[in-house]
Design a protein around this ligand. Structure first.
Ligand SMILES: NC(=O)C1=CN([C@@H]2O[C@H](COP(=O)(O)OP(=O)(O)OC[C@H]3O[C@@H](n4cnc5c(N)ncnc54)[C@H](O)[C@@H]3O)[C@@H](O)[C@H]2O)C=CC1
Ligand SMILES: O=P(O)(O)OC[C@H]1O[C@](O)(CO)[C@@H](O)[C@@H]1O
Length: 417
């Protein structure tokens, strides 16, 4: 029986690698996903010893996407969050409910069970025990908190062999693999620890699902059926996690998702917040806002064609898919949870400026893009600040390279409009 189960598992894991969002963002095999879920449920019911993954960050994306994908791939999940109140609630229930707002089957609710929720600060010793026996750690804590995860991990994994260990940072961060690896190495207490930590696989990732958590009202999360969650096959040829596949062209896929989804969602959210709106879906549904952003979006598409050889019809399909997902009023995601960290997102290597810098290199006229960024900065941070003050901030951020200075000039000219 065990041998048969193992054979089935291998077959699913093998097929799982081809599971990915297609051009329209649909699962290439929703049927297969259901089969995996049924198989995992049978395995769980049989009392088989499931492997444990430790996940840092039980916020919106953690509870809305990462933990469910691990759970539905057949893992037991230990959740670590610094919010002890939240941990207490999750432990009391042994998990939480995930509502997929656009799931047509049944009531769209799923029960996600977790093994235990702990604090990496208050429950340090118990956490260290789990970390010692885990081969895979996942995170969704936000960029500013990754340094603390790296320190916690370095303490335990720094003393163990790094071979066959992997950290999957499910964060919305470009090149998150090298970022987290450098945080790990900085956290090493000795040369020996540093050498061990360098052997850990830390792939780049793509994470996408619109999720909203309504803590402290409850532990439940509302999300959507769509998800894209994959890692760089060059760093991790196989994850062993059925619903988190390794993909070959992560740079291109990341750029497509970054610009057409994140840049778009963030920009419309900052504008909608400025208009006094409350929810993300209101921003995506606003004709005025969509009209305002269109010339900038056209430039982003141009950049994806020039830099990544994407074709127009593919990009158009993704754009309409993203717009319709973001317009879903079944997910009451507040604008504040999207329109955050404006100045970090305006960095030269980040979602707003980076595509325009690339287009300049290709000799494309970025005037419309500069006009839009000026509008964005004025709306999101203009209150009580003069054009000169905003210009000084942009100079501080972009003045370090010739292309950045050129962009700064173009945007600054429009700040007074
Ligand atoms: N919410 C969403 O729909 C999406 C979020 N993301 C990405 O997911 C990541 C997390 O974002 P959200 O879930 O929205 O944020 P969130 O604020 O809802 O969740 C973050 C969670 O991490 C916990 N945390 C902070 N420091 C910690 C530490 N040192 N150890 C353990 N837990 C810690 C917080 O208490 C909180 O519960 C971000 O990188 C974001 O870009 C990406 C796509 C969509
Ligand atoms: O603000 P962050 O940390 O990039 O993460 C939230 C992300 O979630 C999204 O709303 C997509 O669900 C992005 O547009 C946004 O950037």
């Amino acid at each position: 029986m065990l041998a048969r189960r193992c054979r089935i598992r291998l077959r699913f894991v093998g097929e799982g690698r081809v599971l990915r969002a297609d051009r329209r963002g649909e699962w290439s095999s929703r049927h297969m996903e259901q089969q995996i879920t049924t198989f995992v449920e049978t395995e769980r019911a049989s009392g088989m010893n499931l492997k444990t993954i430790v996940h840092f960050g039980a916020g919106a994306l953690g509870r809305g996407m990462v933990v469910p994908l691990l759970f539905e791939s057949g893992y037991e999940v230990v959740v670590l969050d610094t919010n002890e109140e939240l941990n207490r609630e999750l432990n009391r229930e042994g998990g939480y409910r995930l509502k997929l707002s656009d799931d047509q089957s049944g009531d769209g609710e799923r029960e996600i069970r977790i093994r235990e929720a702990l604090s990496p600060v208050a429950d340090r010793d118990r956490v260290a025990e789990y970390l010692k026996s885990a081969n895979v750690v996942t995170t969704s804590v936000r960029r500013e908190n990754l340094v603390h995860v790296a320190r916690a991990l370095a303490e335990t994994w720094g003393e163990l062999d790094g071979e066959n260990r992997m950290v999957i940072c499910c964060e919305n961060i470009e090149n998150v693999g090298s970022l987290f690896r450098s945080l790990l190495v900085e956290a090493a207490a000795s040369e020996e620890q540093s050498a061990r930590l360098r052997r850990i696989a830390v792939p780049d990732t793509i994470v996408d699902r619109i999720c909203t958590a309504n803590w402290p009202e409850g532990t439940n999360v509302v999300a959507e059926t769509f998800h894209e969650c994959s890692v760089d096959a060059n760093e991790a040829p196989q994850t062993g996690i059925t619903l988190i596949p390794s993909v070959a062209r992560i740079e291109r896929d990341f750029a497509r998702k970054r610009l057409l989804l994140n840049t778009y969602a963030d920009a419309i959210s900052f504008l909608a917040k400025g208009e006094g709106k409350t929810y993300l879906f209101e921003a995506a549904r606003s004709d005025d806002i969509n009209r305002m952003i269109e010339p900038y979006m056209a430039l982003l598409q141009e950049m994806l064609k020039l830099e990544y050889d994407c074709d127009s019809s593919e990009l158009q399909e993704w754009r309409s898919k993203y717009k319709s997902r973001l317009s879903n009023s079944g997910i009451p995601r507040e604008l504040d949870t999207v329109a955050r960290n404006l100045w970090a997102k305006l960095d030269l290597n980040e979602r707003f400026a980076w595509p325009l810098i690339k287009l300049q290199e290709h000799g494309v006229d970025i005037g419309e893009g500069a006009k839009f960024l000026a509008k964005l900065v004025r709306t999101a941070d203009g209150e009580g600040q003069s054009a000169a003050e905003l210009q000084a901030k942009l100079e501080g951020l972009w003045g370090t390279t010739p292309a950045g200075r050129k962009l700064c000039e173009l945007v600054s000219e429009r700040l007074g409009e």
